[in-house]
Design a protein around this ligand. Sequence first.
Ligand code: ADP
Ligand code: ASP
Ligand code: MG
Length: 451
Amino acid sequence: MSGEGTRDAGTRGRGDAETGDAGTGDVETAGIGPLSASPRPRVSASRPLLVQKFGGTSVANAERIRAAARRMVRTREQGYQVLAVVSAMGHTTDELIDLAQQVCERPDERELDLLLSTGETVSATLVAMALKGMGCPAISLTAAQAGIRTTRFFSRARITDIQPERIRKELAEDKVVIVTGFQGVTEDLDITTLGRGGSDTSAVALACALGAEQCEIYTDVVGVLTADPRLEPRARKLDRISYEEMLELAQLGAKVMHPRAVELGELYGMPIVVRSSFANTPGTVICRGEGMEVRKNVRGIAHDTDVAKITLAGVPDRPGIAYAIFAPLAEAGISVDTIVQTASIDGITDLSFTVSGSDLTRSFPLVQQVASRIGAATVDAADDLAKVSIVGTGMQSAPGYAARMFGALSEQGININMITTSDIRITCIIQRAQVQQAVQTLHAAFELDRE
Ligand code: ADP
Ligand code: ASP
Ligand code: MG
């Protein structure tokens, strides 16, 4: 690997592709470079590097591609080296998935990843053409050419290693480099994808590997808002948010950032700026927390409509039952979210848990099999649910947030199905039809439309 003053981003990952997706962080971050609290070394002594990621709406048509290219040119003229990461144009990924399902009910996962990766290849090449047409030296690289290595978990691969020599070489030749987001390559050169919304993770990972000054996420909103503006038009833009709060919001459904991108940003101390690609406004900086005194109130509301619930009634209350129910789900790679068990009466309880709506068809038969084995009375499923959460580090130290949340929902006649909490969030499972009403109610109850 070349490069004076550069960090060793080519270090091999500790992660073991065969043993799998080891929870959060460790596989994905292992190969990107040494952790360091010291300032990130820059890619070139003279010119700092900016990574700019453009989401699907920001490259949705030829005019927007040209606008994105013009932004890169301006950034370059301001004295930066530019590494752009692009998503597929508009709804291309959805359309490709739909097409695959038309030819085969359950498409082969390797072929599906290779198919989906083409969406990003289309936009990367078009951006490169637009730049060259503007007289700006540029080159597009697929994630494989750019040295992004991943595990072999198709559709949910994790980055194990980035070998950025080719990117460095092209940047050193003064080109704007455009890399396809959302994907990587396995050791045996199969193309993988990182999961829906994964281009954010590609961008932050590259920014960390190359020691960029910051990673800019260009999207169709002005930044991170106090709620999804599609549900709450009064949502207000936040100037700053901590990695911790952003990670929680993202995991709870705020799809403005891919959760794994936020995790990586936090681990490497990489500032992430979420900005509009349609305006020249400063956006939201995702960075380290602000200190206890300035923390206040709830920072944001997240919602997720991809929630289904499975309930086993009349479950014998004895050791090993929870294991019997959840082990087959884990083996099938299905994540279980909220779990609630009622108090036992005469040695019998009810047990409910949530899975993502898309996992319900796979989960239900597995749970039915276990239910008959352990002697549970009934198994039911509900797929018309949603999750609404309040998030804020200020909640750790002040009581009363739960009461205020439950009170606000009950005043609107919104029934709470299940509740879970962590230090910095409270989540309620409610009927999907009431999710917008719940988001707006909570936004008002916690006065999020005010500074
Ligand atoms: P891109 O294609 O640029 O990656 P996404 O559609 O993945 O964009 O993410 C942007 C969308 O995230 C917004 O259009 C908005 O509807 C949604 N969103 C959800 N929660 C929030 C939030 N708290 N702040 C901003 N946007 C949010
Ligand atoms: N194109 C991919 C998707 O739609 C990745 C991304 O946009 O981040 O999920
Ligand atoms: Mg996105």
